[in-house]
Ligand binder design. Structure first.
Ligand SMILES: C[S@@+](CC[C@H](N)C(=O)[O-])C[C@H]1O[C@@H](n2cnc3c(N)ncnc32)[C@H](O)[C@@H]1O
Ligand code: SF4
Ligand code: SF4
Length: 337
């Protein structure tokens, strides 16, 4: 019997605070799982203004990887802004990455996965992160015999399977009851993943949009960029609106992403708060230099869910009602895309 838990993810986050280079892969345009807390519309609307490609092809992935010097990437993460397996070539793409000796992680709801996909990946060393459904209808994940057959196969056949529950409060009672029973029976713990505003893109649960003031520390996700179906690369997993488009890996090389004007602008924004960037709106991942603000962020990130939720609402309330002059200047001041 396997016990997998979220400590793993915290560990990974900690390790990654050192320099890493990750390529997140978005295999489709849009995601029909349409979770209520995920800014899908923003992703799709913004992308189709530039391009009509609806799926990442194996060729585009291959070319993109060819443009990244060998030994550069610490991992390829199939996640990005959609459900990876809604692209029928997802398994072939994962196998291609593995054939190039690239470590692979897969974030999935299992929507679009088949038993055949799991069989084809059986001998592969992959880290699976499974996004589990709730009982409030916030996700469109079909929970039926086939779903459980796949979960069963996954936990039986892979070493590293982590279960994630994204939600807006504490509450195990919000996990889909049959999935909760399955995990309990298998003695598998799941990791709670607090819903956040995706750098101001989601305003459910009364989340206030605000800008983090002062100097910001460099976030490791500046080097965890997201590949889109046409080879475009955006800053990070928060950039559903593609505000920071760094370049295109089909037409140029990896290095050019980080010598781009857009990347320079984001870097400058960490020092200079008059320069607008997504990092300023990113409550969960941007770390202020200021020690008090940093303490708040550390507690927010590591505390138990109830405390974190409370802190978030208290912070939002304070930000609205008694903001410091500096903060007041920034609250709700950011044009949303
Ligand atoms: C954007 S999804 C992409 C991969 C895949 N479609 C999935 O859902 O696992 C990656 C992760 O982001 C989480 N997520 C989506 N919206 C979120 C939000 N507003 N706050 C926190 N996590 C969120 C999902 O639960 C999932 O674990
Ligand atoms: S969280 Fe994942 S499954 Fe849900 S809508 Fe977003 S990309 Fe799709
Ligand atoms: S601070 Fe937020 S927006 Fe900026 S790179 Fe990190 S995750 Fe992305």
């Amino acid at each position: 019997m396997k016990t997998v838990c979220g400590i793993y993810l915290y560990g990974i986050n900690l390790l990654r605070s050192c320099k890493v280079s990750i390529l997140e892969v978005t295999t489709t345009l849009g995601c029909r799982v349409a979770c209520a807390y995920c800014p899908q519309e923003l992703y799709t609307k913004t992308f189709i203004e530039r391009d009509r490609t609806t799926r990442l092809s194996l060729d585009t992935l291959k070319t993109s990887l060819d443009n990244i010097p060998e030994g550069t990437l610490s991992a390829v993460v199939f996640s990005g802004y959609s459900e990876p397996f809604l692209n029928p070539d997802c398994t072939s793409m994962i196998l291609h990455c593995l054939s190039r000796n690239l470590p692979v992680e897969v974030f999935t709801t299992m929507v679009g996965v088949t038993l055949d996909d799991i069989d084809r990946l059986r001998d592969a060393s992959i880290k699976w992160v499974i996004h589990i459904p709730d009982n409030q209808g916030l996700t469109k994940i079909k929970v039926d015999d086939n779903y459980f057959a796949m979960l069963e196969k996954l936990v039986d056949e892979f070493e590293e399977v982590v279960f994630l529950f994204t939600h807006g409060g504490l509450l195990f009672e919000y996990v889909h009851p049959e999935v909760l029973s399955f995990l309990n029976e298998k003695k598998i713990r799941f990791y709670d993943h607090l819903e956040h505003s995706r750098a101001g893109h989601i305003s459910r649960k009364g989340m206030t949009s605000f800008r983090v003031p002062g100097k910001l520390r460099r976030c490791w996700r500046l080097n965890a960029n997201v590949l889109l179906p046409n080879g475009d690369v955006t800053l990070c997993c928060q950039d559903f609106g593609q505000k920071h488009l760094l370049g295109n890996l089909v037409t140029s090389d990896y290095e050019s992403l980080f010598t781009s004007e857009e990347f320079a602008k984001v870097e400058a924004s960490l020092e200079d708060e008059s320069i607008d960037s997504l990092c300023r709106q990113c409550v969960l991942y941007s770390f202020p230099e200021n020690p008090v603000a940093r303490g708040y962020h550390a507690l927010f990130r590591l505390g138990p869910p109830y405390i974190r939720m409370k802190m978030l609402s208290v912070f939002n309330e304070l930000a609205r009602r008694v903001p410091s002059r500096k903060l007041q200047k920034h609250i709700n001041n950011t044009p949303q895309k």
